[in-house]
Ligand binder design. Structure first.
Ligand code: AVJ
Length: 332
C-alpha cells in the first residue's frame, strides 16, 4: 500500500464567470427561454442525479450495469489492456471503477464539470487503487473536447503518452446532444483516441427508442426526485447570476417527443412572475416554460451509422434482453 498516492487535479477554465453569466442571460431573455443541462450538476445536483439512478422508474443506469455485467468480457476483448480510460462526465466514478477489473486500464482520467464532487470521488478511488495513475479534469467538454496541455504532460510523465486511449462515455449522456452535436463530439473523441497509441476507441452507453409509456416515468418519477433535480438548476443559476429564482414557483414538466425522438424537460411558471438578476430581469407569463434538457433516444442502427460517420471503424454493440439500452464499442 502506498499511503502517499493521490490523484492529480487540473481545472480547465474554458470559460470565465462573465462568459457563463452571458450564456445564462442570453438563454433567459429570448422568447423560448432555455438553460443548458450542465447547470443541473452542482454538488447537490450531482447527488440528486445519483439518487435518480436508484429510482424504480429510471431504468437506464441499472440496464446499462446489467449489460456491463453480462458482456464485460466481450468488451474487454475490444479494449486494449493498459489503455488510458478517459471517463467523460465521471461523476462518482463508480461505473469506470466497476470496470477496472475487466478492462485493466493503465491510467484513469476522470473528466467532470462538477470538480468538487470529482475531487471527493477520485480521492476515495485512488485509496482503493493506489498504483493506478489518476487524473481529475474539471472541464466542460460540452462545447469542445480536447485534452488540455496539462493532461498531456501528466500522461507523458507517467509513460502513458503512447498508451491506447479509450474514451468511456456511459450513461447515455450523449443523449443530451442533438444528432449534429453528437457527431461533432464523437469526431473530437476520435482525435483524442488517435493521439495515443494504436488500439484506442470509444465505449459508449446509449439509451434506445422505446414507447413513451416507459420513457416518460423515467423522467417524471413518483417520488419527485427528478422534479427536485430539475428545480435545483434554478438554485445553481441563482448563485452564478445573483438571480432570485424561487424553485417552488416552477413545475417540473417532462415528455417524449416521438418525432424528434427526444425527452424534453422544462420548468413551467406556476403563475406570472418576474425573475431578477444582477443587471437584468425577465418576466414570465403563467405557464411559460424554460427548456432545461433534451435526452435523445437512438435506434441502434442509427447510432452505429453515426459512429461510422464520425470516422470510427465498424461498431459492435451489446444490449439487454428488451433492447432498452445499448453499449457501443468502435475502434478509432
Ligand atoms: C445524465 C443525461 C444521461 O438524460 O437520462 C436524468 C440526465 N435527466 N433524469 C438522462 C437526466 C433527468 C440523464 N443523463
Amino acid at each position: 500500500l502506498n499511503p502517499s498516492a493521490s490523484p492529480t487535479f487540473v481545472q480547465v477554465h474554458l470559460e470565465d464567470t462573465g462568459a457563463v453569466q452571458a450564456e445564462l442571460v442570453a438563454g433567459l431573455i429570448g422568447t423560448g427561454a432555455r438553460i443548458a443541462p450542465k447547470f443541473l450538476y452542482d454538488a447537490l445536483g450531482s447527488r440528486l442525479f445519483d439518487a435518480i439512478t436508484e429510482l424504480p422508474e429510471y431504468y437506464p443506469t441499472r440496464t446499462e450495469a446489467s449489460i456491463f455485467a453480462q458482456h464485460g468480457q466481450a468488451m474487454a476483448s475490444r479494449v486494449a489492456p493498459g489503455s488510458v480510460l478517459i471517463d467523460l462526465g465521471a461523476g462518482s466514478c463508480a461505473k469506470a471503477a466497476g470496470l477496472f477489473p475487466v478492462l485493466n486500464p493503465g491510467g484513469y482520467v476522470a473528466v467532470d464539470i462538477s470538480v468538487d464532487y470529482l475531487r471527493e470521488a477520485l480521492g476515495t478511488l485512488q485509496d482503493r487503487h493506489p498504483d493506478l495513475p489518476m487524473l481529475g479534469l474539471g472541464q466542460d467538454f460540452s462545447k469542445t473536447f480536447a485534452l488540455p496541455d496539462a493532461a498531456r504532460t501528466w500522461l507523458s510523465g507517467r509513460k502513458l503518452a503512447r498508451a491506447p486511449r479509450t474514451v468511456f462515455y456511459p450513461g447515455s449522456s450523449i443523449g443530451n446532444f442533438s444528432p449534429e452535436e453528437a457527431l461533432d463530439l464523437l469526431r473530437q473523441a476520435r482525435v483524442v483516441c488517435q493521439s495515443g497509441g494504436a488500439g484506442g476507441g470509444v465505449l459508449i452507453g446509449v439509451d434506445l427508442v422505446k414507447p413513451a409509456g416507459l420513457l416518460e416515468p423515467a423522467y417524471d418519477d413518483s417520488l419527485g426526485v427528478t422534479a427536485a433535480f430539475n428545480r435545483n438548476l434554478l438554485l445553481n443559476v441563482n448563485r452564478w447570476l445573483g438571480a432570485d429564482f424561487q424553485p417552488a414557483e416552477w413545475a417540473h414538466v417532462a415528455f417524449f417527443d416521438a418525432e424528434l425522438s427526444r425527452i424534453e424537460m422544462h420548468l413551467q411558471a406556476r403563475a406570472a412572475l418576474t425573475v431578477r438578476w444582477t443587471g437584468g430581469e425577465r418576466r414570465f407569463a403563467e405557464g411559460e416554460r424554460i427548456h432545461t434538457e433534451n435526452a435523445w433516444k437512438w435506434r441502434a442502427e442509427d447510432f452505429s451509422a453515426l459512429l461510422q460517420e464520425a470516422g470510427f471503424g465498424p461498431a459492435s454493440h451489446w444490449t439487454d434482453a428488451s433492447s432498452w439500452f445499448g453499449v457501443f464499442w468502435a475502434p478509432a
